[in-house]
Design a protein around this ligand. Sequence first.
Ligand code: ZN
Length: 250
Amino acid sequence: MRYAILSDIHSNLEALNAVLEVLGTEAIDKHLCLGDVVGYGADPSACLSALQERDTLVVGGNHDLACVGKLPSDWFHSAARQAIDWTRRQLSVSDVDYLRRLPLTAIEGPLSLAHGTLQRPERFEYLLDLAAAWESVSICTTLMCLVGHTHLPRVVECDRRARRFNRVVTSSTELGEVAFRDDAALCYIVNPGSVGQPRDGDPRASFAIIDTDRRQVAVRRVAYDIKTAQQKIRRAGLPEFLAARLAVGR
Ligand code: ZN
């Protein structure tokens, strides 16, 4: 199986389309999305439609829930809150219905999905340190635990029996091709980075392909039309910061 892993699209249709164009040439069997389809950018409805057209399995992110009143907006900083209020006014009835039904976790074959962490998905914590990573690993019942939310791509290999981390891969060259083993003692945490608002200093859209036959995780980057995405954010009257940050990937 070849899985496409997308996360944190954040209503950035230009970035999403660039990623989907690449994926169109990649013989993908199943599309998965780790949440935050909406929030920050200017095309929430179109991004939701593009995922639904591909029958994508999506788990809800904090922005997705906040936009449909399932999470209080005082969880967010002011620019995010403004974008949430704006997004609410753009969503159709069926968009709202779709977002309200998103599960917080899901399992697809050897992959467990959550936006923040597997252990407390409803709290949208950031899986940034190894202690939090270990908590996810210890309750993960599949080979891989896929998370987003930090907008930082990485692959962590953990040995469940020895209770140690074998590898933490964060460099973009290494992330381009990470081999994995299908071994019950191992668990892999995979964050594909963010499609629509990368924060690792590389402004290109980030996503991953997991190939279970070749046993490989590949985090890929693709350039997209940042100028158009920025113009739409400015025209919508959203905070300038949300447009500016796209160019620097922070
Ligand atoms: Zn996000």
